[in-house]
Design a protein around this ligand. Sequence first.
Ligand SMILES: Nc1ncnc2c1ncn2[C@@H]1O[C@H](COP(=O)(O)OP(=O)(O)OP(=O)(O)O)[C@@H](O)[C@H]1O
Length: 267
Amino acid sequence: MNRREGAMNQREAPMTRAATGHPVLETRNLQKSFGAVTAARDISVAIESGARLSVIGSNGAGKTTFVNMVTGYLKPDEGTILLDGEDVTRLDPRRLARRGIARSFQIPQLCMELTALENMLVARAAAAEGTVPFFRPARTAEARDAAMAVLDRFGLADIAPRPVSELAGGVRKLLDIALAMIGRPRLLMLDEPTSGVSAEEKFPFMDRIMTALDQGGVTVLFVEHDMDIVGAYADRVLAFYSGQIIADGAPDHVLADDAVRRHVTGH
Ligand SMILES: Nc1ncnc2c1ncn2[C@@H]1O[C@H](COP(=O)(O)OP(=O)(O)OP(=O)(O)O)[C@@H](O)[C@H]1O
């Protein structure tokens, strides 16, 4: 059974993966404005361990603002962020990364001149030390083995010695996610993982990512505009509109919601 068939079955019995306990992440009444624009209004949500949660919404709905607040790139004006029950609202991205929140970006954040493996070693040292030691990537055999194990999980072992500048866009995206996994995060945020991936490639691409992430035992939150991908790979969907969550639940339920059809999917 591939991931897509698995996801179909999950939709009949949504959230089965989520039955493992307390929320990894909880936000309470998050508020953020930019001048007259309210980008987050009273965002309260609990994300359970093991979830595959997709964040959807049209342009400007507040998805990135939410992800940026949870990963420490933006400070909320009001509200609280709890990681495993601990208040982390004021922590910066580096400290949050060390506490187990990792993210990938729509445009991969990689060092082009370094090889894939060297990028992994820099990321590993950064995860361990909390700084980005460009001139001191982790070089022990243990660090190398750990980096190769993560590359292997993503099917990237063969490109380990190649400079990132030589790699295709899709491979760079995979490497960026592998990089985020090197610190063994508890929660991984993916920003539009399939953007720029062709229609034929997007399902195999997501299968590869999700299989690798399943092995890593990480809770995943992904921002996504492609509803086929959302329907196939999420077990829960948060729909944003105008800085608010307008629907939250299993994909079938959220994608059939009238307000979501009106404001998000455009049906
Ligand atoms: N740094 C900023 N300064 C001013 N306004 C901002 C800033 N960041 C976001 N906004 C505004 O906040 C609102 C929410 O933006 P946000 O980027 O969170 O939406 P989004 O759902 O991620 O959209 P997209 O899908 O286009 O990335 C928008 O009106 C946006 O213009």
